[in-house]
Write a protein that binds this ligand. Sequence first.
Ligand code: CA
Length: 736
Amino acid sequence: MNWNRLIFALALSVSCIVQAAEIKVASQEEYQAALLNLEPGDTMVLANGEWRDFEIRFTGVGTPDQPITLRAETKGQVVISGESNLRLSGEHLLVTGLVFRNGHTPTNEVIAFRISNDELANHSRVTEVVIDHYNNPERFERDYWVIMYGRHNRFDHNYLVGKSNAGVTMAVRLNSPESQENYHRIDHNYFGHRPILGSNGGETLRIGTSKYSLTVSGTTVENNFFERCNGEVEIISSKSGSNVFRGNVFLESRGTLTLRHGNDNLIENNIFLGNSKGHTGGIRVINKRQTVRNNYLSGLTGHRFGGGLVIMNGVPDSPINRYHQVEDSRVENNTIIDVHHIELAAGSDQERSAVPVRTTFSGNLIVNTEKRDSIAVHDDISGIAFSGNIADGVAKLPSDSGFEQRGVKLAQADNGLLHPEASSLASVGVARDLKVLQRSDTGPSWYPKPDYSEVFDSGNVLQVPPGQDTLTEALEKAGAGDVLQLQGGDYTVSKLLVTDRAITVRGPAEGPPPTIQFERTTLFELADGGSLKLERLAIDGTLAPDAYGNSVVRTSRYSMLSNYQLVVSGVDVTNLNTNHSFNFLKVSKHTFARSIEISNSSFSDVSGHVIALDREIDDLGIYNAEYINVLNSSFTNIGGAAVNIYRGGTDESTFGPQVVLKGSRLENVGANKRNKTRSSVFLLGVQRTRIDDNEFIDSKPVKVVHTVGDPVTKIGSNRLESTPSASVVDISEYLR
Ligand code: CA
């Protein structure tokens, strides 16, 4: 080859790059070098493999026809891990195919449509990107997964699952003029499980903040699938104007789509399916000129602000961050089936006294398959005009006119939705052609969606013979969902049994239960990811060290991201008294149980508490467990409380804790002088309590302290013998 030919060849290749180059990079250095030369139409390709600690700054100016692209060599095979993030600035950028996993962002967000305050992204798109459990290990270290800034950006076909630390999963910010009237599109995303946070700050999507809420955002949230988005009371918090929420599915998600601040928003063609799961909600309306039409709401159990359909009262001349009055709003042609609570003029109190005005409620279909008093009126609703609504099975209608109460026979359409059979009702409720978005239409097609099957007993059964540390050895081999099957006989454990997965330890169905004794300060420790089910066992604390603060089960001493489950069934626990403050369950700050279920079990001679969920003492509305159920069990000679729960603070963003104590016997419970609760059952800040059909003998009283919200406490028929009666008091009285 002569020199001329070589120069000609180089020039040719350079001109090719200018037209549209594809540049593959395999290291962060190569990425940085290549970034400087990107032209419109160019594509940067990240080589397959793991990219650790990679703070991606993706900048450039493309054109509508020739965007600048950053993509994975193979979609799904580029994993961004460690302390990594993605920030974009410029015009017409496109990012696709990346997976964020095994790490967390070192900054405030995993994906930001800006690099700095004045370097924003516009007309840019992030599509088919995965963020999978990419959490800061400290539960209450707050960050976001996605924040959209700039204007005319699109976020679509992405997968966001398992955000477990504090902070909204995704937000749209309007904090400068360059990010207002943004007309972003958020579509076809899969917003999967967001576990209960047990605090404010667990929203899945927020658009705006109260400060800029009278500004137009114009964001469209369309055809997204929200599944088990259970972080807190708001699934979506709309805090700006002229947003559209259309064609989304909310499946078994706790909380509501809330028009919290801002005007002129539209909610249409959405489907809310609660499947009767606890605290599933629908739509909450606040502010002016809101339209809620053609939505299908079914099987929603939530109440109060978390109800199926909620129209709020406002605050007269409301400050920007409180509640603006509902004015000129429309709720029409919605189908509402087996929705437990519709709340009108909700939140009415001395402060929230401005009732809804010039608002219409028309053409809605409300059917309860079991008759139910499902519509609650909390204030004057003469400002809501009712017309053309059909109701069946509603015990009490909110208005004498505007409703026809009649039998409605429903038939199921091919897409699973129920519609009235009668053709005379064709114009009531949702349109018959309402489309049902499928899970598979959302997220990237190449990344599997989570399997939400039960965690326990799904794996293998491992036989464990009696003896010293046979249990320890078996646990080391056990995988998630496995069962350790014990025989009759004695088991001694000389090491901590630490599990970061769901494990069942089970005695035989027949004969006396196996006895487990342990020589360390605890028998089981739940590490992050761990859950434990104990069945048909005898646990004896005699061999535990002569030191205070022992336990049978404890959580990690550090913050846990995963919510654990503890099931104790048919277990006899005794001799937890080698020293003081020996608990059955002992938890640490910033750990959270999704559920604790104790049944058909006995606890005797315990120096501390049986279930102690009292480590969140900062009064920030944070707590240690959601559901605590104690059924048909006995507690005898317990120094502390059988159940001790503390949830302080006035924040109203959570549904729990919730406690049931039923069919149980408590004798000589709570008398130890170290028991500061001075009660046999101490429940502070619990939102739902049911204490029924129990016996209390020679015990300290039950104490329930209400702190915030509308706590429901039902103390039914219990037999008391030499035990003071239960007290239910407000926090102010308690602190007095
Ligand atoms: Ca909130």
